[in-house]
Design a protein around this ligand. Structure first.
Ligand code: NAD
Length: 252
């Protein structure tokens, strides 16, 4: 199987896209750490997925350095290693540029960008040490968004955070290429999750989404999980620094 024996941390893995990635990774032979700030949902997810393989939930707010430190400690404690990180935890704002307040700006940037950086740096330091010991390099996958390149006027902080995440992908890919560690991103379009339901909460908003989606439908979390599995696996051994958009044709 594509991810046989690998240890993968999936942030925000309790629900939505992260849950689908955790499920797919288990199916593909990985051992999975679900890292989520919603402790209860994380535990429920790990219980639901336990039949598929070795999975554990760790309560973690990715925006807190100490939580990230404890997350890695928990992963080593349970599995003795980490090979793959999926930076998937994310939140969204719903304010336009003139109304967005500082607290909301910081909240979104803290989770979507700083949180991704904290997790990525902690895991990357470990992966570099592994390579220096002659062990196989791992991979990082950042879950970005079409909003990284498609400015959406009422998701200002979100769009900025995802634009930054794309640059994190590129900077990390260049910095870690000498070690053979690959870093890629996924840019989902509209995927059916609680996050989407919170933003697209009426018929007008849904019509607007559909009008910019040539495939004419909302995507499923498993359609993102399939790409995450590919990018994390050796099948993508010559791919690094890329963000793959899965958006029903939304981006030109
Ligand atoms: P979701 O709200 O369904 O799930 C997000 C998960 O992240 C939840 O389990 C939540 O508890 C967890 N989380 C939130 N803040 C956290 C934190 N500080 N630390 C750890 N965990 C935290 O959302 P989703 O739609 O599955 O989104 C997952 C990722 O996909 C996000 O990065 C989002 O920006 C991205 N994305 C989603 C869509 C979409 O249409 N659903 C589109 C583009 C990109």
């Amino acid at each position: 199987m594509a991810l046989d024996g690998r240890v993968a941390i999936v942030t925000g893995g309790a629900k939505g896209i992260g849950y689908a990635i955790a499920r797919r990774f288990l199916h593909d032979g990985a051992r999975v750490v679900i890292a989520d700030s919603d402790e209860k949902a994380g535990n429920v997810a790990a219980e639901e997925l336990a039949d598929l393989g070795d999975v554990v939930a760790v309560s973690c707010n990715v925006a807190e350095r100490l939580h990230v430190h404890n997350l890695l400690a928990a992963a080593f404690d349970r599995f003795g290693d980490v090979d793959i990180l999926v930076n998937n935890a994310g939140i969204v704002d719903k304010a336009n540029f003139l109304e967005l307040d500082e607290a909301d700006f910081s909240r979104v940037l803290d989770v979507n960008l700083k949180g991704a950086f904290l997790c990525a740096q902690a895991v990357a330091r470990h992966l570099v040490e592994k390579v220096k010991q002659g062990r196989p390099a791992g991979a990082v996958v950042n879950v970005s968004s079409v909003n990284a390149v498609l400015a959406v006027p009422d998701q200002v902080a979100y769009s900025i955070s995802k634009g930054g995440l794309n640059q994190l992908t590129k900077v990390m890919a260049l910095s870690l290429a000498p070690y053979g560690i690959r870093v890629n991103g996924i840019g989902p379009g509209s995927i059916m999750t609680d996050l989407l339901k919170g933003v697209v909460d009426d018929e007008v908003a849904m019509q607007r989404l559909m009008s910019r989606t040539p495939l004419g439908r909302i995507g499923e979390p498993r359609e993102i999980a399939a790409i995450a599995s590919f990018l994390a696996s050796d099948e993508a051994s010559y791919v690094t620094g890329q963000t793959v958009y899965a958006d029903g044709g939304c981006l030109p």
